[in-house]
Ligand binder design. Structure first.
Ligand SMILES: [Zn+2]
Ligand SMILES: [Zn+2]
Length: 600
């Protein structure tokens, strides 16, 4: 891969005699894949020069892909000045994090309104396609792109680009999740560790390093890293080379020299072979990979988001500090996210049992019960195993928090804007990573039929168990279920090979079969964007193969007979026929329940 920096300045373009060497243009990086695909990351003012260069030296019609980390000005300001957008025949694909209620196009259109700029977005000559992303992976030509949310006051992605065994990561703008890591010392845990995993083994990481540790106490919550943090996480991640970027506008060339000299001396001191440099406008690097990273190749869950993914978002909140609670409520309501407030631990646990939230917010406060104990209790509930939990506190308690299953800390005091970003990032993570099944049009009638069977929550019965046993044996799978899809859950009348009796409807594969009223076969859940990040796939159950045949009572589809495997596989036509045959037998038993609801 070839990498060239067109802008490395943070926040505001800063041209002038003191920034000549590292450059004054804001963020823009050009990457050319081994197969020749053009990928541009961020559209700060640096993209203008890149545009001129492409027009002068590139092919007659230009095609390329632009990854936008987020829509703060210093990352999109160059868009109206990117020459190749104005030429008909050119084709550009734009990618950015999916907003909660605002589309990428709306956000970009905003900065090109007539009072700011004379040409409107839809008057550009080139064909521009917009892609909204969630966390995951997708392909551009011969490269795999992985996305990960960073810690910044706007929804921001880090991008990892892998091709021919080489990996380049762009991670700007990003603040340490844990405040104490800003000086680069201390154990890396929790979300910072996940950040390290995203950087792991990269040949080049282009990392936010706007501040130095001694400036950080005045910059807390501004969403940027220190040089010390960038170097520490990259070193822990086994990165080969770091390019520090998003240079503070107040930093002149000599100051950047001093930063690099010190970082190199510190690395020598600990005998680290990692290279460190400052991203420099105009500098070009050739990146060659050493290994093929076969282990990473397997999971390619789609990052291209589905419109249906953002369904009913719900935050469950147990925060007594009114000022923090009001700020969180305002932040949630700004994105039209429903919030249910609970007063006690018991009430919170009841609420979780009633409706699975997308996010839980707890509070650590003198004189109130320990939120970490409550967190442990929530984690022990099967259905809430994967729900993100944020704890509002005055200081973080990292080690205990990790053990208890805390996902993130929100340190008081915080602004509405900051709270909104944290809530959004976590909501999108859970809400947009797999596709929930739509509700069937006859939902109420369907539920009435299901409930009229009087079968839910009844004991196991041989007449069903022998059929799941049979299905598992003839299809040679470890698990077969009679799954009845209730309002909020799927409940298993019979479960061969599985101990769990019910799981949330949210994560249910069967709910898809019920909504479609037809046989659903998922040969490999990892390769299916609807299911790749479903907790049933990524979590403890590890479903990899699924086939579910709908079960009808009258006109209502009440559930499925389904089979699961932990390995990907296919069903032959004959096997599909056999599954349908057994499902017909299950239907007959259900119809008998209908005739005699209490029959055993
Ligand atoms: Zn920025
Ligand atoms: Zn920013």
């Amino acid at each position: 891969m070839h990498v060239r920096f067109w802008g490395a300045r943070g926040s505001l373009a800063t041209p002038g005699p003191t920034t000549v060497r590292y450059g004054g243009n804001t963020s823009c990086v050009e990457i050319t894949t081994p197969g020749g695909a053009l990928i541009i990351i961020d559209c700060g003012t640096g993209i203008r020069g890149l545009g001129q260069h492409l027009l002068a030296t590139g092919p007659k019609t230009l095609k390329g892909h632009i990854l936008i980390s987020h829509t703060h000005w210093d990352h999109i300001h160059g868009i109206p000045f990117f020459g190749p957008f104005f030429e008909a025949g050119n084709e550009w694909d734009l990618y950015a994090p999916k907003g909660v209620r605002q589309s990428l196009r709306d956000a970009l259109e905003g900065q090109m309104q007539y009072s700011y700029f004379p040409v409107q977005l839809d008057e550009l000559g080139a064909e521009i396609r917009y892609h909204e992303l969630v966390e995951g992976a997708f392909r551009i030509a011969d490269a795999t792109i992985r996305t990960r949310y960073l810690n910044h006051p706007a929804l921001t992605f880090g991008y990892r680009i892998e091709a021919e065994g080489a990996a380049v990561v762009y991670a700007s703008d990003h603040e340490p999740h844990s405040r104490h890591l800003a000086d680069g010392i201390g154990e890396i845990g929790g979300e910072d560790l996940r950040h390290c995993e995203f950087l792991a083994g990269a040949d080049l990481v282009i990392h936010d390093a706007q501040y130095i540790a001694e400036e950080y106490p005045q910059k807390f919550g501004w969403g940027h890293s220190t040089v010390e943090y960038a170097v520490a996480v990259c070193r822990a991640a086994g990165v080969k080379r770091v390019a520090l970027t998003h240079h503070d506008p107040s930093r002149d060339d000599d100051a950047i020299d001093r930063i690099v000299t010190k970082a190199r001396a510190d690395l020598r001191h600990v005998a680290s072979a990692m290279e460190v440099m400052a991203a420099t406008e105009g500098a070009a690097l050739s990146i060659k990979g050493e290994d093929q990273r076969a282990d990473r190749a397997e999971r390619n869950e789609s990052a291209i988001s589905e419109a249906s993914a953002l369904g009913n978002l719900l935050i469950l909140m147990a925060v007594t500090d009114r000022s923090a609670a009001e700020t969180l409520l305002d932040a949630a309501h700004a994105d039209q996210v429903a919030v249910v407030e609970t007063r006690s631990a018991d009430a919170l646990l009841c609420a979780i049992a009633e409706k699975l939230p997308s996010l839980i917010v707890l509070e650590k406060k003198e004189g109130t019960s320990d939120p970490l104990e409550l967190c442990t209790k929530i984690r022990s509930l099967q259905r809430a195993h994967d729900v993100p939990i944020i704890v509002v506190a005055d200081t973080e308690d990292c080690q205990r928090g990790i053990t208890a299953g805390v996902t993130d800390w929100l340190i008081r005091p915080f602004s509405i804007a900051y709270a909104r970003t944290r809530l959004r990032a976590w909501l999108l993570r859970t809400a947009a990573r797999w596709v929930r099944a739509p509700l069937p049009p006859d939902e109420e009638q369907r539920l009435a039929t299901l409930h009229s069977l009087g079968i839910l929550d009844t004991p196991e019965e041989q007449r069903f168990d022998r059929l799941t046993r049979l299905a598992a044996a003839i299809l040679r799978v470890p698990v077969a279920l009679v799954s009845l899809v209730d309002r909020e859950r799927q409940w298993f009348k019979s479960a061969h090979g599985m101990e769990v009796r019910q799981t949330p409807r949210e994560t249910s594969f069967c709910a898809h079969a019920v909504a479609a009223r037809e046989l659903l076969v998922v040969p490999d859940a990892f390769a299916d964007h609807r299911f790749a990040d479903n907790p049933q796939v990524s979590g403890r159950t590890r479903v990899r193969f699924y086939a579910g045949c709908p079960l009808f009572v009258g006109q209502s589809c009440v559930g499925t007979l389904c089979v699961l495997d932990v390995r990907p596989r296919q069903l032959s036509l004959e096997e599909v026929g056999l599954l349908k045959d057994v499902a017909a037998l299950v239907e007959r038993e259900l119809q008998q329940s209908e005739a005699h609801p209490s029959a055993r």
